[in-house]
Design a binder for this molecule. Structure first.
Ligand code: AP5
Ligand code: ZN
Ligand code: ZN
Length: 213
C-alpha cells in the first residue's frame, strides 16, 4: 500500500510507523528523520535545513521534495511506502502527485492523526529517542526498562533539540497554518481515514488496521 501519515507533532506518527511497516512490508520515509540525519552529518542539505528545524518552522518545499523524489527510487519502495511527515504543504502534496503520476501509481490512504493540541506538550517534552533505530520512548507513557537507555541495544537515548514547549508552539503553528490544508486536499479525493490519536497506542493501531483492511 501507499500511505501518508499526517498529524501534529507528538500525535503518534513515528510510534505507529514501525507497526504498520512490519504488517504491510513497506518502506518508511520520514522527512524529519532524514533531515535530522543530514543535520547531524553536516551535509549541504543539513546545513540548509538546520535553522528552520531549530525554530520549529518548515524547511523549504524544494529541499524536502528533492529528498522524497530520491528516496522513492529505492527498490524497497517500489511496492508501497509510508510517508511520515510528508507532504506538509499543499505545494508538496501537488509535487507528490506529479511524482507518483510519472510512476503510474497513486496514494491509497491518508491516515489523519486527529488530536487536541492541549495533549501534545506532555507527549513532546517526555519523549526520548534511540537515534540509530528511531525507537521512541516516553518517560510516562512508554518508559524504557532502564531510564535513558534503549531496551534493545543498551545504547543511550537522546531528546530532540526541538522538543521544548517553546519550539512546540511554533511547530503547532506551522501545522495549523500549512499542513491542515493538506488534509483538506486529500479529503477532496476521499482517501482520508481519521484516527482517534488521543487514545492508547494499541487502540490507535487497531483503528489503523481496520482502515487498511
Ligand atoms: P518531524 O520529525 O516530522 O516532527 P513532527 O511532525 O513535529 O512530528 P513528531 O516526530 O514530533 O511527532 P510524532 O507524531 O512522530 O510523535 P511520536 O510518535 O514520536 O519534523 C521535524 C522538523 O523537520 C519539522 O519541524 C520541520 O522543520 C522539518 N520537516 C520535516 N518534514 C518536513 C516537510 N515535509 N516539509 C518541511 N519541513 C519538514 O510520539 C510522541 C511521543 O508521544 C513519544 O514519546 C511517544 O512514546 C508518545 N506517544 C505516542 N503515541 C502515544 C499514545 N497513543 N498515547 C500516549 N503516548 C504516546
Ligand atoms: Zn515523528
Ligand atoms: Zn487548526
Amino acid at each position: 500500500k501507499r500511505l501518508i501519515l499526517v498529524g501534529p507533532p507528538g500525535s503518534g506518527k513515528g510510534t505507529q510507523s514501525p507497526i504498520i511497516k512490519d504488517d504491510y512490508c513497506l518502506c518508511h520515509l520520514a522527512t524529519g528523520d532524514m533531515l535530522r540525519a543530514a543535520v547531524a552529518a553536516k551535509t549541504p542539505l543539513g546545513v540548509k535545513a538546520k535553522e528552520a528545524m531549530d525554530k520549529g518552522e518548515l524547511v523549504s518545499d524544494d529541499l524536502v521534495v528533492g529528498i522524497i523524489d530520491e528516496a522513492l527510487k529505492k527498490p524497497s519502495c517500489q511496492k508501497g511506502f509510508i510517508l511520515d511527515g510528508f507532504p506538509r504543504t499543499v505545494v508538496q502534496a501537488e509535487k507528490l502527485d506529479e511524482m507518483l503520476e510519472k510512476r503510474g501509481v497513486k496514494v491509497d490512504k491518508v491516515l489523519n492523526f486527529a488530536i487536541d493540541d492541549a495533549i501534545l506538550e506532555e507527549r513532546i517534552t517526555g519523549r526520548w529517542i534511540h537515534p540509530s533505530s528511531g525507537r521512541t520512548y516516553h518517560t510516562k507513557f512508554a518508559p524504557p526498562k532502564v531510564p535513558g537507555v534503549d531496551d534493545v541495544t543498551g545504547e543511550p537515548l537522546i531528546q530532540r533539540k526541538d522538543d521544548t514547549a517553546a519550539v512546540l508552539k511554533s511547530r503547532l503553528d506551522s501545522f495549523h497554518r500549512q499542513t491542515e490544508p493538506v488534509i483538506d486536499y486529500y479529503k477532496k479525493k476521499a482517501i482520508v481515514a481519521n484516527l482517534p490519536a488521543e487514545k492508547k497506542p494499541e487502540e490507535v493501531t487497531s483503528v489503523i488496521k481496520k482502515a487498511l483492511s
